[in-house]
Design a protein around this ligand. Structure first.
Ligand code: HEC
Length: 125
């Protein structure tokens, strides 16, 4: 029980930067889970995810985008809002932490996980 509370704490207290600067778009259009999955596949380590996604947010461009080509055409990544390095870094840290925690819970709710995973992977192709 204590473990669960500890794992939930960052979700309750944290994610302030995401909430203020990012949620208004990312709660609907491009979900964090999708960004995180693609970043994990491409960059493997959290350090590299952090470095590359921060760099994208500071100076967004199509070259740096990790979105599948279809989405890149639909939303031009070069037009993504720019952020200071500080905000970008904190936001990405929160994103990684949040998705890692959500992932831990998803493994216990199998039904949702497989549905989400399959819909995410068909979207990527
Ligand atoms: C005005 C709406 C909007 C806001 C605000 C916004 N985003 Fe985005 N974001 C988008 C859209 C649309 C895309 C997909 C197109 C793209 O990649 O730019 C995206 C894509 C991304 C990507 C993937 C970029 C790529 O193409 O590889 C990351 C990472 C990201 N956002 C993080 C953030 C973070 C973190 C914040 C807050 C600091 C944020 N975004 C704020 C709309 C927004």
């Amino acid at each position: 029980m204590e473990k669960v509370v500890l794992m939930l704490l960052p979700l309750i207290l944290g994610a302030q930067i995401l909430k203020h600067h990012c949620d208004r778009c990312h709660k609907s259009q491009i979900p964090y889970v999708m960004i995180y999955k693609r970043a994990l596949l491409l960059y493997s380590s959290k350090e590299r995810i952090k470095r590359n996604l921060t760099d994208f947010l500071v100076s967004p461009s199509a070259d740096k985008s990790i979105l599948p080509p279809g989405l890149k055409r639909r939303f031009d990544p070069a037009k993504h809002p720019k952020f200071s390095k500080e905000i970008a870094q904190k936001a990405i840290e929160e994103l990684i932490e949040q998705e890692d925690i959500v992932k831990k819970f998803r493994t216990t709710t199998k039904k949702r996980t497989s549905a989400q995973v399959s819909s995410a992977s068909t979207r990527q192709r």
